[in-house]
Design a protein around this ligand. Sequence first.
Ligand SMILES: [Fe+2]
Length: 383
Amino acid sequence: MDILDQYKEVRTYTEQICKPLQTEDYVVQVAEFASPAKWQLAHSSWFFETFILLPHLPDYKLFNKDFPFLFNSYYNNAGDRVLRAKRGNLTRPTTDEVYAYRQYVDTAMGQLLNQKLDADIVQLVTLGLHHEQQHQELLLSDIKYMFGQNPLFPAYDSDTSLLDQERNIETGSVKIPEGVYTIGYQGEGFCFDNELGVHKVYLHDFEIQKGLVTNGEYLDFIKAGGYKDFNLWLDEGWSWLRQNQVSMPLYWHEIDGQWMHYTIKGFQKINENDILKHISFYEAMAFAEWTGMRLPTEFEWEIASGQLNWGQRWEWTNSAYLPYPGFKKADGAIGEYNGKFMINQMVLRGASMATSPKHSRPTYRNFFHPSAQWQYTGIRLAK
Ligand SMILES: [Fe+2]
């Protein structure tokens, strides 16, 4: 598929995700970490406008001179911006204006991508598409978070196929022998800079579960007093639990002895056989401690991944998000994409039901703060 077709496919899917929304749903920001849909629709367009159209399409004119200030996310090299926590204040520009902005950027990108392009521009466009795919997953998780805080618990889409495969396909475990293994992306296609450089690690013998932890298994942990036993928790995790009064995963509710949760299909009874989702790293660590097992490191996960059916949940690893040996960030603003976040975050591996098509690799390094619950996160145990 050529780059213009790839561009159209990704941009169309973003708008498809927003199809079930009403105008009011585009604006609200219920937490600093969850951006409004309207902001994300504009921000993913701003990325193409700023990093590709302005420098590479002759005579390109900004759609609106205020938009770079409104829709820059965190690029200090690209100038001042609206504070992250204030993105929900943007009742203007309207949602229609933001869709017109997308259209304007798409027309200009169509002009650019119809020309013969240097490899470095194609590479930048590809990065822009992977960036937009990351926002597609954020859109799905941020929209869920918004509806999950609404007392009416509205369904995002009662017919969605995203929840069709909530069960483990396999059980049992995989054994990996000790040895020296190669880590990092070695293919010819796209990868993020944080998947390089390729390097060797020594792994001891380990065993990793083929299935992910289910709701039923996690319920046993809750019923056994898992949230009340400080011995199971990391110190920071215990403080987080007490400060935020956490006693169950995000979206769970215990109502008259019934365990319920909010899903994108609406409020439902929890199915114990389904794979657990929406837990923090702190919860994953406490649960692992309770079982007498542990979380895998990101290196163990990568080496075992060929023998695992992964892709249902982002799986917390017990690896801090750090640069690989030889990691090099790009010059200028694009260098801010990943490198500057390599502090106070843990690596998640795999992909989730909300991850966009063609956006997964066994070397992919997702990362979030240990307290984050609103992504489609889960637990795979190792020993
Ligand atoms: Fe972004």
